[in-house]
Ligand binder design. Structure first.
Ligand code: DGT
Ligand code: CA
Ligand code: CA
Length: 572
C-alpha cells in the first residue's frame, strides 16, 4: 500500500464509523478528505514535510493534524478511540474485505452477530437476506471474504516459503525488464513464520514485470493488479504482494518493505529528529526537499548515522540504538557453520543410510556431521540399544576411513527418562563423540519436574548438549512447562551446549530464547534433526534463528573446526 492510500484508509474508516453512528456531517468531511488524498499524485509524506497539508482541498486544520500524527507515529488516537466505542464483535466483522463499520454495525444490531464465525453461519443459512439491502450476492461476497480472511490469518513456516521464493525470483528474473528482484517483508528478515510474501522488483518498465508476475504458473487467483503492483494467491494458500519501483528509489523501497513496521516507525522518527524525512521513495531534507539517498539501502542507514543493520535484526529490539552506538553484534554468517550436529539415519527413524547422509553433507561443503539416532526407549522411532549403537559406531569407523574431507562423529540423541536419568549405559555413552540428551515423553509433568529432569541431564557427565530444549512445535504445541532461566544458568555453569533445532516447525530454542542463552554465556549449536538427506538443507533456518537471536560465531559451537569442537565438549 502506498502511504497515500494508507492515510486515505485511516480517514475513510473514521468517516465510516461516524456515519454508522449517525454523524453524517463529520462522516462526509473525513470521506471527502480520504478521496482527495487517494487521488493525489504527490506523496502525502512530502506534502506534510513541506507543511502544506492544508493546501489539499477538503483538508482543514483538524484533519491535517490527524494526518500529521499518523505520518509521524504510525497510529491515530481518534481512530483507536472510535474503534473502542463500537459494540463488541463489530471490529472483528470489520476485518473482512468489503465490510466497513456501517455494514458491521447493521449485522450486529439487526442479527446480533458478534463474530466472523457467527456471520459465516448466518450467511450459510441464508439469514442475511432478511436484512434490508442484503441479497444472495451479498451473502456470496461475505463468504468469499471470510475464506480470504482465514487464509490471510494463516501464517506459513519460513522453511516452506524459502523454496517458493527461489522459484518466484528466478521466474521474475527471466524477464529482462526486471533489474533487481528480492523477497522483502518478514521473509527477508527470516522470521520463523511468514504471513504474506512480499516481492520487490526494480525496473524502468513496471507493467512488463506485473504482467510476468500475474502469469506465474502456480497462481490460483489474481487478487489485484495495478501498474506497479499486484497481489496474487498461490496454490498453497500463500498470498504474494509484488511492488515494482524505479532503480533510483529501490534502496528506500527495500528498506521500507523489509520492515518490520516497528523498526520503520523508529527509523522514521529518527530521521525526523535530524531534519530529514524517510519514506519508501527516499531520504529527503525536510526543508529543501532535496533527496539525499534512495538508490542504495546502506546509504539510508549511513545518512541516519547508523551502521548497516542486518535484516534479521530489524524488529525494534534495540538494534537501532546499538547501531547508533557502534554496538551491533557481528552476526554468525550463513557460511560459517561447518557441521551439522543432529542427524538421523535409517538405523532409527530416518530414511537415509549413513552413506547417503554423509554424501549429502559433503555436497553441502560441510566439514563434519554428528550421527545422533534415537536411543532405545523411543520405541516408535526404533531407538538403538547399546548393542546396535556399538554396531553403528563400528560402521561409522569404517565409513570414516573411506570418506575424504568429511568427519563423521559418533553421537546419539539419548532419551531423558522421567527421573532425569538417561536410557543408555555409561559404558557406551563414554565412547561416543557427542551425547545429545532430549525429552520425548511425559510432557504433562509440571514445571518443577520438567526443570529438574533437564537439570539432572545437564549434570550428567556424559551429556554434552540438550536437543530442542523447550519441546515446542510451531502452531501445534507450546512446549512443556519449564523454568528456562534455571536451565540456561545450569547449562552455562556446566558448559553444556543448547541446541537450535533447525527443523522448520521446531526452531527450538527460538530466537528470543537463543538471545537470552547467548547473553547468559551459554554456547549453542545448530542441528537440523534431518531424517532424510534433503532435510539437511534446513541448516540456514537454524542460522537465521541464531542471527535473529543476536549471536556471534563465538556463541555457536559448530562454527569451530572438528578439533576445536571436540576440545570444546571435552572429547579432544
Ligand atoms: P507478515 O507478512 O505478517 O509476515 O509481516 P511483514 O513484516 O512481511 O508485513 P507486511 O507484509 O504487512 O508488510 C511488509 C513491510 O511493509 C513491513 O514489514 C513494513 C512495511 N509496512 C507495512 N505496513 C506498514 C506501516 O503501516 N507502516 C510502516 N512504517 N511500514 C509498514
Ligand atoms: Ca509480508
Ligand atoms: Ca504484504
Amino acid at each position: 500500500m502506498s502511504l497515500n492510500s494508507e492515510v486515505a484508509g485511516v480517514l475513510n474508516e473514521i468517516g465510516e464509523i461516524y456515519e454508522a453512528n449517525g454523524d453524517l456531517f463529520r462522516s462526509r468531511a473525513f470521506r471527502t478528505a480520504a478521496q482527495r488524498i487517494a487521488s493525489l499524485t504527490e506523496d502525502i509524506g512530502e506534502i506534510h514535510a513541506e507543511g502544506k497539508l492544508m493546501e489539499i482541498p477538503g483538508v482543514g486544520r483538524s484533519i491535517a493534524s490527524i494526518i500529521g500524527e499518523y505520518l509521524e507515529t504510525g497510529s491515530c488516537a481518534l481512530l483507536e478511540e472510535l474503534r473502542e466505542s463500537l459494540p463488541p464483535g463489530v471490529l472483528e466483522l470489520m476485518q473482512l474485505e468489503g465490510v466497513g463499520p456501517k455494514t458491521a454495525l447493521r449485522l450486529n444490531r439487526e442479527l446480533g452477530l458478534t463474530s466472523i464465525d457467527q456471520l459465516e453461519a448466518a450467511a450459510r443459512e441464508g439469514r442475511l437476506r432478511g436484512v434490508r439491502g442484503f441479497g444472495a450476492k451479498t451473502e456470496e461476497n461475505i463468504l468469499k471474504a471470510i475464506q480470504e480472511h482465514r487464509s490471510r490469518l494463516e501464517r506459513h513456516l519460513l522453511g516452506g516459503i524459502l523454496p517458493l521464493i527461489r522459484g518466484i525470483t528466478s521466474y521474475l528474473k527471466g524477464d529482462e525488464a526486471a533489474i533487481e528482484v528480492k523477497a522483502v517483508g518478514s521473509a527477508r528478515r527470516m522470521a520463523e513464520t511468514v504471513g504474506d510474501l512480499d516481492i520487490l522488483v526494480s525496473s524502468e518498465r513496471p507493467s512488463m514485470v506485473v504482467k510476468r508476475f500475474t502469469s506465474m504458473p502456480n497462481i490460483t487467483r489474481v487478487i489485484s493488479r495495478g501498474r506497479t503492483k499486484s497481489t496474487v494467491m498461490l496454490g498453497k494458500g500463500v498470498r504474494v504482494d509484488l511492488r515494482v519501483v524505479p532503480p533510483e528509489s529501490y534502496g528506500a523501497a527495500l528498506q521500507y518493505f523489509t520492515g518490520s513496521k516497528e523498526h520503520n516507525i523508529k527509523l522514521r522518527k529518527m530521521a525526523k529528529e535530524r531534519g530529514l524525512k524517510l519514506s519508501e521513495y527516499g531520504l529527503f531534507e525536510r526543508d529543501s526537499g532535496k533527496k539525499i539517498a534512495g538508490e542504495d539501502e546502506r546509504e539510508i542507514y549511513r545518512h541516519l548515522g547508523l551502521g548497516w543493520i542486518e535484516p534479521e535484526l530489524r524488529e525494534d529490539r534495540g538494534e537501532i540504538e546499538a547501531a547508533a552506538s557502534g554496538g551491533l553484534p557481528r552476526l554468525v554468517g550463513y557460511g560459517e557453520v561447518r557441521g551439522d550436529l543432529h542427524i538421523h539415519t535409517n538405523w532409527s527413524d530416518g530414511t537415509g543410510t549413513l552413506e547417503e547422509m554423509a554424501e549429502k553433507a559433503r555436497e553441502m561443503g560441510l566439514e563434519y556431521i554428528a550421527i545422533c539416532d534415537h536411543s532405545k526407549t523411543l520405541g516408535i522411532a526404533r531407538g538403538l540399544d547399546e548393542e546396535r549403537l556399538r554396531e553403528q559406531m563400528r560402521e561409522i569407523d569404517r565409513l570414516n576411513e573411506r570418506m575424504e574431507g568429511l568427519t563423521i562423529l559418533k553421537g546419539v540423541e539419548c532419551n531423558i527418562k522421567a527421573d532425569g536419568s538417561l536410557d543408555l549405559s555409561s559404558s557406551v555413552l563414554r565412547d561416543l563423540d557427542l551425547v545429545i540428551a532430549a525429552i520425548h515423553s511425559g510432557f504433562k509433568s509440571d514445571e518443577k519436574q520438567m526443570t529438574e529432569r533437564l537439570i539432572k541431564a545437564i549434570h550428567n557427565d556424559h551429556v554434552s548438549a540438550i536437543a530442542h530444549p523447550t519441546g515446542r512445535i510451531i502452531q501445534r504445541r507450546r512446549g512443556y512447562p519449564l523454568d528456562l532461566d534455571r536451565v540456561l544458568e545450569e547449562a552455562s555453569r556446566q558448559g553444556v551446549l543448547m541446541e537450535i533445532n533447525a527443523f522448520p516447525d521446531r526452531l527450538d530454542l527460538n530466537e528470543l530464547n537463543s538471545r537470552k542463552a547467548g547473553e547468559r554465556g551459554v554456547t549453542l549449536y545448530i542441528g537440523t534433526d534431518a531424517h532424510t538427506p534433503s532435510q539437511m538443507d534446513f541448516l540456514p533456518l537454524g542460522v537465521a534463528v541464531a542471527r535473529r537471536g543476536w549471536l556471534e560465531a563465538g556463541s555457536v559451537a559448530n562454527t569451530l573446526d572438528v578439533e576445536g569442537l571436540l576440545r570444546r565438549i571435552g572429547k579432544g
